[in-house]
Ligand binder design. Structure first.
Ligand code: FAD
Length: 483
């Protein structure tokens, strides 16, 4: 049954993460009649924002840094692959967005000396080593931020409708005129001047992930809240939207035990051990350029025909060096969590313990060490790049082997948008009335090499920009109607 919901709204926003709440609150603040549809059914519904680390940064720089500095940081992090108009919009609006979040009850603290930790939602997530980090989100910064924004939305007359799953856009002629959602088992149509899709990506949808990211969905660990099911992307595609960069995701290399042991995800990451050592598959051969960093390695593991064959191999120098440098590090968290880890004094013995061919692993490590020592690592197959993570020989016993997997946090590609967060068609023209923000959009991150610039600040900036554009269009229409 289709029940006609209510009078035409100015804005209907889909998804109550940081992108959607920023869009809905800003729209309501600007006088727009606004409804936010969130499929989660409880006030503290799960979403990636609520469970995140809460670090607001732009390409590892403080979001309050001058726009020129942010533009340079985005260009450097993405090797100039980011859409210039989106990069300019992000760099130019990040500082004002942080002030705006603070004015609406967001609390932030400096989480560490590094610049990327300058704006951390307060109180920061606790870095719990002995129990499960994942379950400690309640009452921490990201949770409180979402609760503050939801409260302000209500104060400005906006409505947050829980248990409402948007499923089809209402298209009238060439424009988007609302959305149909399932609310309490019934289809309800929300007519609106504009719709903002902020549903958080498609990382948890088997069909979309198989089509774009991995042939073996079940072999990729969901390092997220399982709420990104690609609804926004499907709706936008049906409306004629262009997409960009669907193949890349933000994620990390994890212990393969993450599928069965909640103490080894979302942390510790194996990224530092992978880049300080090598990553091999069942054949004992390298299959990825470890020098491109852990996010890239995770993407290549997911794209491997046998993702669960990945094994990180390193030596004691890596294990006691890079392996210890994070707040929740592989060393000693893997030991504390009784995760699978092989250790031996020789490469041959290590390969035997790990169930790999000792001939193959020995050949791989010998060739790797020879190339690294003679500065010829670029000539390896696959090449080993040297700038971001300089290679070091794997030659100091004891040696370690850790069965690994790819953990997906959110998809980096999605709908193509312009600098006002309008969803565009393949010819670049905007689809009237349709906007998108957050992890369901592409154009900034990814770049074919999984370049990462941070998800929270980006989502808040484009959510707010979407609302501001909607308000300007609605105001112009009201003026026209009044004339
Ligand atoms: C463990 C972890 C740590 C992280 N740490 C950081 C960090 O420190 N810094 C950083 O920048 N990023 C971090 N991220 C990434 C960050 O969380 C995301 O980039 C960001 O939260 C994306 O916000 P969003 O609003 O687009 O999506 P989300 O926060 O996921 O919100 C999407 C919402 O849409 C809802 N929804 C989906 N489909 C529908 C539908 N059909 N109808 C209605 N509602 C729907 C979902 O239920 C969800 O509530 C982390 C992520 C994780 C998982």
């Amino acid at each position: 049954m289709t029940v006609d919901g209510r009078a035409t709204l100015d804005a209907v926003v889909i998804g109550g993460g940081i992108a959607g709440l920023s869009a809905a609150l800003r729209a309501a603040e600007l006088g727009m009649r606004t409804v936010l549809l969130e499929k989660g059914g409880t006030p503290q519904y799960p979403c990636n924002t609520r469970y995140s680390g809460g670090v607001f940064h732009v390409a590892a720089s403080s979001p309050k840094a001058p726009p020129e500095q942010l533009l340079a940081a985005i260009a450097a992090k993405t090797k100039n692959t980011a859409d210039p108009s989106l990069a300019a919009a992000l760099a130019g609006n990040a500082a004002a967005t942080m002030d705006w979040l603070r004015n609406h009850g967001g609390k932030f603290v400096k989480g560490a000396r590094q610049e990327n930790f300058a704006w951390m939602a307060a109180p920061p997530r606790m870095w719990v080593r002995r129990s499960n980090w994942w379950d400690t989100w309640s009452g921490r910064g990201p949770d409180l931020l979402l609760r503050a924004l939801a409260l302000r939305l209500k104060l400005f007359g906006g409505e947050l409708l829980l248990g409402a799953r948007a499923q089809t856009l209402i298209i009238e002629g060439e424009r988007c005129a609302g959305v149909e959602a399932i609310v309490a088992g019934a289809a309800v149509r929300f007519h609106a001047h504009a719709v903002v899709l902020a549903d958080g990506g498609f990382q948890s949808d088997p069909a979309l992930m198989r089509a774009h990211v991995t042939s073996d969905f079940a072999a990729v660990k969901q390092r997220n809240t399982l709420t990104g099911s690609g609804d926004g992307l499907r709706m936008a595609l049906a409306a004629g939207a262009a997409t960009t960069g669907l193949g890349d995701f933000y994620g990390h290399v994890l212990s393969r035990d993450a599928f069965t042991n909640d103490h080894v995800w979302p942390y510790p990451l194996l990224d530092d051990l992978a880049t300080a050592g090598i990553v091999v598959d069942r054949t004992g051969r390298r299959f990825v350029d470890e020098g491109n960093g852990g996010i890239y390695v995770a993407n290549r593991i997911a794209a491997h025909m046998d993702p669960l064959s990945a094994m990180v191999i390193c030596d004691t120098r890596a294990w006691n060096g890079p392996g210890r440098q994070r707040r929740i590090s592989a060393n000693p968290q893997l030991l504390r969590a009784s995760a699978t880890l092989y250790m031996a004094d020789t490469v041959e013995a290590l390969a035997g313990l790990a169930g790999l061919s000792s001939d193959a692993v020995t050949r791989t490590i010998d060739a790797y060490n020879r190339a690294v020592r003679s500065d010829a690592s670029i000539g390896l197959e696959p090449r080993r790049s040297t700038r971001q993570h300089p290679p070091v020989p794997v030659d100091t016993p004891p040696y370690y082997a850790i069965p690994a997997c790819a953990g997906v946090t959110y998809t980096m590609g999605g709908m193509r948008i312009d600098a006002h967060a309008r969803v565009v068609r393949p010819d670049g023209g905007p689809i009237a009335g349709l906007y998108a923000a957050g992890s369901n959009t592409g154009g900034l991150e990814g770049g074919g090499r999984a370049f990462h610039i941070g998800g929270l600040a980006r989502a808040a900036v484009f959510g707010k920009l979407a609302a501001e554009h909607i308000a300007s269009v609605v105001a112009a229409r009201r003026l026209r109607d009044a004339a």
